[in-house]
Design a protein around this ligand. Structure first.
Ligand SMILES: NC(=O)c1ccc[n+]([C@@H]2O[C@H](COP(=O)([O-])OP(=O)(O)OC[C@H]3O[C@@H](n4cnc5c(N)ncnc54)[C@H](OP(=O)(O)O)[C@@H]3O)[C@@H](O)[C@H]2O)c1
Length: 242
């Protein structure tokens, strides 16, 4: 039987690269997105063009608690059981410390922390024994973020979730791991001014941003290797080692 992976934010950037990597490894896919249906359909088509990969799309905004029910209902209606659940979609808020408002702080916390916890609680019975849950953390959950306080703090919480959830997923025989990427060439980074990008590159010993495809290999390894549990693997090209 084919394996099935569910990836939040699977239609672009890191999630899309993970989708291609897992698709190539024989997984069928369910990819969520929030608003860009055109890009989602294109990703679906490109994946299906690889041949033999079933790809479903689901619009499910991680800032909306109704999405937990939407995803639960979708999996239940189709009687689907997941081999891998990848919590990848994330949110940031770049307002200054002085301008930050509680509503935005809560929104980012909800999307990055509360949403995966309560989605996992709801659908844990739809994850196969020996299956695996994977989180996208961030180097900014380890190093202080220069701009977004709430992003750094929520990504630290994501890393902590990985460690804590191991205990709670153990009775279900489900492993939990995370990836903490440094700087990855995706749309997320496209709005960065050139000088800031150059400054970041100067701190990465490899002198460049990560390609989503090279990061995706790490996701696959953590999903497939049966002895990784409770790890947050940092993939930052040697940040600050220059
Ligand atoms: N890029 C980096 O340098 C970097 C570094 C460390 C960690 N990360 C983390 O990696 C993850 C993915 O980032 P990325 O760089 O791949 O971003 P991206 O290229 O902008 O892709 C974002 C994906 O997430 C979906 N998404 C965005 N907002 C959403 C929402 N509210 N609800 C549901 N889905 C949503 C997007 O769908 P739509 O297009 O429909 O909105 C898209 O599929 C995030 O958790 C981010 O924090 C990124």
């Amino acid at each position: 039987m084919k394996k099935l992976a569910f990836i939040t934010g699977g239609t672009k950037g890191i999630g899309k690269a993970v989708a291609f990597c897992l698709g190539k490894a024989g997984y069928d896919l369910i990819l969520t997105y929030s608003s860009d249906e055109k890009a989602a359909r294109q990703t679906q088509e490109d994946l299906q063009a690889q041949g033999g990969i079933a790809v479903d799309l689901l619009r499910a905004d991680i800032t909306d608690k109704e999405s937990v029910d939407v995803i639960y209902q979708y999996l239940t209606d189709k009687s689907l059981t997941l081999d891998a659940l990848v919590f990848n979609a994330g949110l940031t808020c770049r307002d200054s410390f002085e301008d930050m408002v509680l509503e935005d702080w809560e929104k980012v916390f909800f999307a990055n922390v509360h949403f995966p916890v309560f989605l996992l609680q709801r659908i844990v019975s739809r994850i196969r024994q020996q299956g695996s849950v994977l989180f996208t953390g961030s180097l900014m959950g380890i190093q202080p973020h220069s701009v977004s306080l709430v992003y750094g703090v929520t990504k630290s919480a994501v890393h902590s979730l990985v460690k804590n959830l191991v205990k709670f997923m153990s009775p279900y025989h489900i492993r939990v791991n995370g990836v903490a990427p440094g700087f990855v060439d995706t749309e997320w980074q496209k709005t960065k001014p050139v000088e800031i990008r150059k400054s970041i590159e100067s701190k990465v010993s490899l002198g460049r941003f990560c390609e989503p495809e090279e990061l995706a290999e790490v996701y696959k390894m953590l999903i497939e290797n049966k002895y990784f549990n409770g790890e947050v693997v940092v993939v930052d090209g040697g940040y600050s080692f220059k």
